[in-house]
Design a protein around this ligand. Structure first.
Ligand code: SF4
Length: 280
């Protein structure tokens, strides 16, 4: 966790939990690699697949300054927004081995801070169950609870085998209205044909390149075009490898590991106003 972040669509990251039971990305999970290198150190679980919760960290986020109305150097697309915080980017909030209600106390605490929290999961069905139970089943004093407006709930879709997560998110978005939803298509591992996603508030797209996996030019371009055709504000993160970037005069070469960032002649970086509005 850190008050600053190299991830270009956030200001900070907050890890109330670290660890995960795994997913289709397997050994290529960035968080797993990072945690495994430092496993057992203070504030890091002994094993990545033994997730640990760190409740004391919630106090840090409440002390972080409100960035509303400020400019960001090198992240101009965030100018004016509240601080954007990725919640639990070193694991998965709704991973199987954690209880579904562990996050509930933090909804209220973080809901009272001025920041925006991005939450992302590959365990979409478990997220839905957790949110359903929070809002519907657990009604203290007979009143339904509502989720904090400054949380943006999202799922990660990496290829054609995982588009089912979009259906679950769509159900959640209907239930949560006016709460906002987002999807991270990173890394793109196969061609993705999208269903109707015009309801989606925001998408991030990014390619990958390592010794085992590579995204292709057509997979990425087709996906971004489909998202744009359906009117979904899209943040294009990177190609993954410069070989598949058709824009040879891309001035962002060297800015990022694994590929340049120009798409169709532009740096496509959008953080939509609707996500800010949901924070009010
Ligand atoms: S769900 Fe996320 S944190 Fe868990 S193994 Fe997959 S990529 Fe890593």
């Amino acid at each position: 966790m850190a008050i600053t972040s190299n991830i270009e669509y956030i200001d900070s990251s907050l890890n109330l939990e670290i660890g995960c039971d795994g997913c289709e990305v397997g050994a290529d999970c960035y968080a797993n690699k990072l945690v495994s290198r430092t496993a057992g150190n203070s504030g890091i679980p002994d094993k990545f697949d033994h997730p640990v919760i760190y409740p004391e960290r919630v106090k840090l986020a409440s002390k972080w300054s409100d960035l509303t109305g400020t400019k960001r150097d090198g992240k101009e697309w965030l100018n004016g927004y509240p601080r954007v915080i990725f919640l639990n980017d070193m694991g998965d909030t709704f991973t199987r081995s954690l209880s579904r209600d562990w996050i509930w106390p933090y909804f209220e605490q973080l809901g009272n801070t001025p920041h925006i929290y991005l939450l992302l999961t590959k365990y979409s069905s478990l997220m839905k169950k957790s949110l359903d139970e929070y809002c519907i089943l657990s009604q203290p004093y007979g009143k339904p609870r509502t989720l904090p407006k400054n949380f943006i709930f999202g799922v990660s879709v990496t290829g054609r085998n995982t588009t089912g997560r979009l259906d679950v998110l769509r159900e959640i978005s209907h239930q949560l209205n006016p709460w906002r939803t987002w999807v991270s298509f990173e890394p793109v591992l196969s061609a993705i044909t999208l269903p109707d996603v015009s309801w989606l508030d925001w998408a991030v797209v990014g390619g990958i390149s390592n010794s085992r996996l590579k995204s292709s030019y057509s997979q990425i371009l087709h996906l971004v075009m489909e998202l744009q055709n359906q009117g979904v504000p899209t943040f294009f993160k990177q190609w993954g490898t410069k070989e598949i970037n058709p824009y040879q005069d891309d001035h962002t070469i060297g800015d990022v590991k694994g590929g340049r960032k120009i798409l169709s002649g532009y740096l496509n970086r959008m953080f939509p106003l609707e996500l800010y509005e949901s924070n009010k």
